[in-house]
Design a protein around this ligand. Structure first.
Ligand code: BT5
Length: 275
């Protein structure tokens, strides 16, 4: 696959005609040879895509991209490792910034942004999801943990090709892309990589400080889960309902539950009403 625009955005792009899961394949590669920061592994035919919490990410061949990027931020002595938790939020924001101008040009109006932590929704329908994984054993190496940030983006699917009714694709939103399939993929991939790199460079330059880099404010501005009532389904299946009022310095969603602030670090959010 020729990816002339995208190849300007990353030191190495590995295109796979098909992949099990691009995250799994990039992790395996990172364990077998030295990969540079921002190495990309991508396919339009992912046959065993992973979602969060053991769920599946599904797409037929040649209608979407599965993109995994290896991030290897050099940590300095004082850097807080918990700041790595911002990487999935950073990726969701980068994908949101990719989708936004495309659907705006198509004349789509309404709500577009990230449902915490990292689903990109267009008027309540999911066009992209992000799964971030730590490369096993990479934390031990001096100052350089490796994280794989994976994003699936629905590009050309018809409604019948989507696994759930709450999903959408760029094509279903009326987005026009270049004629040739390779050019379509190159446009979307290059735009995502440019956005991801821009945010990542700022985040690294600020020593992974989400406030100093401006990342926290940018994520908050783009997060459609804030300033509304939400139901949080926690990893232990417990559910809490509250008003989503903030994202804290470690990326957790802060809910006001009957007057008490409750931090949600992981789980699924269901949007209830705006107040
Ligand atoms: C996610 O999980 O949304 C994370 C998806 C990450 C996929 C990328 S592709 C590149 C990289 N390599 C991988 O193996 N994975 C990453 P979660 O929030 O758990 O959502 C999963 C749920 O979304 C499923 O249970 C379905 O309900 C729904 N879903 C599955 N496929 C979808 C699709 N193509 N579009 C929209 N929704 C989908």
């Amino acid at each position: 696959m020729q990816l002339p625009l995208s190849s300007n955005e990353a030191p190495e792009i590995i295109w796979r005609e098909s992949a099990t899961s691009t995250n799994t394949e990039l992790i395996q590669l990172a364990q077998s040879r030295e990969l540079g920061d921002f190495t990309v592994l991508v396919t339009a035919n992912q046959v065993a895509g992973k979602g969060r919490a053991g769920r599946a990410w599904e797409a037929p061949a040649d209608v979407s991209l599965a993109i995994s990027v290896l991030l290897r931020p050099q940590l300095k002595g004082e850097t807080d490792f918990s700041n790595l938790g911002w990487l999935p939020l950073l990726a969701g924001l980068a994908m949101s910034k990719t989708v936004m101008p495309l659907v705006a040009l198509a004349g789509v109006r309404g709500e577009l942004g990230v449902k915490w932590p990292n689903d990109v929704l267009i008027n309540g329908q999911k066009v992209s999801g992000v799964l971030t994984e730590l490369v096993p054993n990479s934390l031990g190496f001096a100052g350089s943990p490796a994280v794989v940030v994976g994003a699936g983006i629905n590009i050309l699917q018809t409604q019948e090709q989507l696994p759930v009714e709450t999903a959408t694709s760029l094509a279903l939103q009326g987005v026009t892309l270049p004629e040739a399939l390779g050019d379509k993929f190159d446009l979307v991939l290059s735009s995502y990589l440019r956005n991801l790199k821009g945010l990542y460079v700022l985040f690294k330059a600020a020593g992974l400080d989400s406030d100093r880099s401006g990342l926290r404010q940018a994520v908050k501005d783009n997060c459609i889960s804030l300033n509304r009532d939400v139901r949080a389904i926690l990893p232990n299946e417990r559910e809490i309902v509250g008003y989503a009022k903030d994202i804290d310095a470690t990326g957790r969603l802060i809910l006001d539950v009957a007057g008490t602030d409750t931090a949600v670090a992981a789980g699924d959010i269901v949007h209830l009403r705006h107040r």
